[in-house]
Design a protein around this ligand. Sequence first.
Ligand SMILES: Nc1ncnc2c1ncn2[C@@H]1O[C@H](COP(=O)(O)OP(=O)(O)OP(=O)(O)O)[C@@H](O)[C@H]1O
Length: 330
Amino acid sequence: MISVEHLSKFYGSTPAIQDITFSVEPGEIVGFLGPNGAGKTTTMRILTGYLPATSGSAKIAGYEVHENSLAVRQRIGYLPETPPLYPEMTVEAFLYFVTRLKGVPAGDRASKVDAALKRCNLQEKRRVLIRKLSKGFRQRVGIAQAIVHDPPAIILDEPTVGLDPRQIIDVRNLIKSLAGMHTIILSTHILPEVRMTCNRVTIINQGKVVATNTPDNLEASLAGGSGYELEIEGNSTAAQQQIQRLPGVRVVEPVTTTEIPARAVLRVVSEPGIEPGKEIIAALVSMGIGVHEMRRTRASLEDVFLRLTTQEKLEDNANATEKQKEEVTQ
Ligand SMILES: Nc1ncnc2c1ncn2[C@@H]1O[C@H](COP(=O)(O)OP(=O)(O)OP(=O)(O)O)[C@@H](O)[C@H]1O
């Protein structure tokens, strides 16, 4: 439904995105994740036809965006970071106006407006001026204008920024209810939002795609991220050595000492795909060590995000330092 291939955009000589490739299948919600300045808005604006790319291809429902802007506009709904609302219009009049802009036939406009009001739970506000609405309701109007022409593809840029916790839950539920019928790209840097709403995630950093996968697979793929935490009673040094010898165990380390002097908490990191939990318990029991608690630990999406988006910076800094050293020695 949405396909981006080798997309690049330069502002003058500054690259904002470079060689970005990803796709979104019909009915999917894909999270588009990246730190500030990663290139999310630039990509969204190219996809929605607001900005020309420097090179590469962006297609919506098979239409090349810059060659078929009218066909694309009819098939896409866009909620920018700041929704383009007209404060002096009522909610209803504004949505009606949007259906005209999007080329909805005159006879269908009223029913499309009604449907969008209903889906966004805005019926009671239909005759209220937009400027009188709270931020949460205005955001719903923003989503309503993105879906009013019933587009197959929807792009939402930071849809919950600035909302209070109750409004955030409402807007997230609304987004989830749109999945299936629509294909959605949700640009955000709020990780729990991605976990709660998205089937897949594309992470970009410094203008490049650094990962695309399901949140579960991303967490599982972080090497060294999965394992166990154990609270034991007995000789913790001996326990540590014994666990370390087991196949599939990479690291065993004490995490904290507990308030009870005889107990210790150990963190075990296992090889990817190996689960030595059973063997750990058997080894400890055979040594006469008591196990008070054992729980699995996994890398969170946040760990993956931080790993992927800070590594390059560290490498860049290292390269810059090397370069400075070279310059100094020349
Ligand atoms: N009009 C512009 N002229 C020059 N550089 C720009 C322009 N717009 C964006 N950039 C640069 O392009 C890069 C990507 O910006 P973009 O706004 O796409 O990132 P983003 O991921 O949406 O960030 P944020 O989460 O902060 O909105 C940044 O380095 C930014 O400074």
